[in-house]
Design a protein around this ligand. Structure first.
Ligand SMILES: Nc1ncnc2c1ncn2[C@@H]1O[C@H](COP(=O)(O)OP(=O)(O)OP(=O)(O)O)[C@@H](O)[C@H]1O
Length: 274
């Protein structure tokens, strides 16, 4: 659904994207992770057509972003709503801009109001809503017209657990219905919750891409063992069973605690993104 090939974007002498290539299939949730300034937001802006790349190509369902606007839903990193309009007015406006009318518009609005728990503040001006409530409205405007490609740039920054859970659940449903989702975040546990594939960006390039299982394979686990009368032993190893057996053989006294910590997405991030 999304195909990006060799995308380069410079701001003056700063290179924000340096030949970034990435594919996201229909039905896939791809997590875009990387340090501050790695290029995630710039890439999202290029894919939705807000920025024009200096080199490389982006295709959304085979078309240039400018020709695929109706197929794209975007929730930018910074809140981009009209403070003096209500949440309901935003949904009506965004729905109409996407070509929805009457019953189709009402059904689409009802769905996102329900999915993102907007009912309690639908008629309040967005400028008076809390940051988390504004994020929910923004995500709703992205989801409303059931786009084939969803671009979400840190949509849960500062969100409470209920907001986060409702958004993640809505995204899982959309992916199950066939949407391709690009999800930029620093919250790696959300990507695990979403069953997302991972793309790690560093200095404007993808440096690792795959399922979390693929990317975690080969990273060491940590084996920890504590026996009576001895100091705790910690070993980092790609063969935790073998290491544990060897440690148990050598353990001097009664065993008190044994723990194997498998590698996490945080370990992956630390090993790659530094
Ligand atoms: N409009 C701009 N003008 C100049 N430089 C820019 C502009 N937008 C982004 N940059 C630079 O491009 C690089 C990539 O920024 P970008 O916002 O894409 O990173 P990011 O990965 O989204 O970071 P974060 O995690 O902090 O949101 C940074 O060095 C940033 O300073």
């Amino acid at each position: 659904m999304l195909h990006a090939d060799g995308v380069t974007k410079r701001f003056g002498t700063a290179v924000a994207l340096d030949g970034l290539s990435l594919d996201v299939a229909a039905g896939e949730i791809a997590g875009l992770v990387g340090h501050n300034g790695a290029g995630k937001s710039t890439f999202v802006d290029v894919v939705c057509g807000l920025l024009r790349p200096d080199a490389g190509t982006v295709r959304v369902g085979g078309r240039a972003p400018s020709a695929a606007r109706a197929d794209i839903g975007v929730a930018p990193q910074h809140i981009a709503l009209y403070p003096s309009a209500t949440a309901a007015e935003h949904l009506a406006l965004f729905g109409r801009l996407a070509g929805l009318r009457r019953r189709a518009l009402a059904a689409a609005v009802a769905e996102v109001v329900d999915a993102l728990l907007l009912a309690d503040f639908l008629d309040r001006r967005v400028g008076l809503l809390s940051g988390g409530q504004q994020r929910r409205v923004q995500a709703a405007t992205a989801l409303l017209h059931r786009p084939a490609l969803l671009l979400l740039d840190e949509p849960t920054a500062g969100a409470d657990p209920q907001t986060r859970e409702s958004l993640l659940a809505a995204l899982r449903r959309r992916a199950a219905d066939g949407a391709a989702i690009l999800y930029a975040t620093h919250y790696l546990h959300e990507l695990a919750d979403l069953g997302a594939t991972i793309a790690v960006v560093r200095r404007g390039r993808i440096i690792a891409r795959g399922t979390s299982a693929q990317l975690l394979a080969g990273l060491p686990s940590e084996v920890r063992l504590r026996a009576e009368g001895a100091d705790e032993v910690r070993v980092r190893t790609t063969d935790p069973a073998g290491a544990l057996t060897a440690l148990l053989d050598r353990a001097p006294g009664t065993l008190r605690e044994v723990d194997i910590r498998k590698p996490s997405l945080d370990d992956l991030y630390r090993s790659l993104a530094g």
